[in-house]
Write a new protein. Sequence first.
Length: 444
Amino acid sequence: MRRITRRELLQATGGGAAAAKTGGLAAILATGQAPAYAQTTQIHWLKWNDFVPAGDQLLRRQLLGEAEKALGIKINLETIGLNDLQARVTAAIQSQSGADITMAFNNNAQLYAESCVDVSDVCEELAASQGGFYDLAKAQSHDGRKWVAVPYCIIGAMVAYRKSWFDEIGVTTFPETWEAYREAGRKLKARGRPIGQSLGHTVGDAPAFCYPLMWSFGGREVEADGKTVKLDSKETIESVKFMTAFWKEAHDEGGLAWDDSNNNRAFLSGTISSTLNGASIYIEALRKPDQYKTDSGAQMRTDILHAPLPRGAHGQFGVHPFQNHMVMGYSKNQKAAKEFLRWFHSPAVYEKWFVVQKGFATGPTRSWENHKVWDEDPVMAPYRVAGRLGLVYGHAGPAGQKAAEVLSKYIIVDMYAKAVQGMSAEDAVKWAEAEVKKVYGTGA
C-alpha cells in the first residue's frame, strides 16, 4: 500500500498550503502535538552542555521521546562544550555536512546568515502567539532581511555574591557604582576573598563583563551608524585604566585563564566573594544544599544574592547571553528541523524545559515574564526582566556580522586583558581600535 505524504494528508483534510503554514501551529499551541510524519525522519541537533544539567536530562529522558511521538521525528541530540560550538559550525559549513540544527551564542548566527535557512515563518508565528520577541532576541537573530535563527533563550547575567562576606566589611547592599565595588573588592581581597572574573577567551562571562564596563564609562566600538569606529577615546581609556587597578586590587588574577565554569567552581568552593554569572551557581547550591556550605556550616544557598553590574558615569548596562538555533542550509531535513523548533517552542512543551531551568534561562518572548516560576524564589527576581534590559554586542551600532566578528575575536576582552598584564591603557586601546577597524573595513 502506497504511503500518503504529509502534503497529501493536509490537502485531503482541507488544509492545503495554508494549513501547512498555520494549521500545524494551531494544533501545536492547543495540544503540544503536531501532525506526524508518515516516516520517521532523523534530525541531528547540536547544542551546548547546559549549565543546568536538569535541562539536558529533561530533553533526553522525556521531551525528545515526546517529539518523536508527536511529529514522527527522531532527534539525535549531541551536546558539547560552549566554547567548541563555533568551531563545529564553521567546520560543518566548510564541509557542507553536520548537524541539521546548531545552537549559536549571542550574535554569532549573524556570521553564518548566508549558510542558514530562512526561519521567518517559524519566528513570526511564535512572536504573534507569545507577545513578541524581545528586541535583543530579534537583533541577534534577524539580519535585516530575514530571521536567520530561531531564538531559544536568554541567560540573565547578574553578579552572584556572598551576602555575609559583604556584610562583614560594612557593605549591606550590593555596590551601586564601579568605584564602590572596587573599594569593597579591595577589602574583600585583603581578607582572602577576592572577586572572581574571567578575562579569557570564553563565550559567556568575559565579554558579558567587559562590554558593559566599557559602555558605562562612555566607550563604544562603533557609532550608531554601524560604520564609524570610535573605540580609541578618552572614555574607553579611562575604563581600561580603572579595570587595571580594579583587577590588581580586588580580583583573583588567575581569572585571565578562566572559562565559563571556573568561576562557578571557585564560588562554590568558597574562594571568591562575587562573580558575574548566570544563575547556575545558585541553582547548583539549591540542587546540592548539603554539599555546599558556608564557613559557619550553613547551606550556601542561604548566603547567595544577585545584583546587576554597577553603574558608571555614563549609565548602567548589562549583556545577557543569548542562544538561538540555526537550521543549516546544507541540511537535507530542513522542513522537519523547522517543524521540531516550532513544536519545541509551543507553550505546552517549552514550559516543561523552562520550569526546570528555575530562571537560569528565560524565554525569548515577552510572555515568559509572567510565569509563576518568578514568584517562587525572590533570590531569582533580578533575572525576571533580563530580556528587557540587555543590550547587544556592537552597541551603539547594530548586532550584525561586523559586531559578531569583533566579539568572536575577543578584541574587547583582549583590550582589558592586555592592560591588566602590563600594557599601558593607551596602547591597549590603540591596539584594539586597529583590530576593530580591520573588521569594519575602515583601516589597516
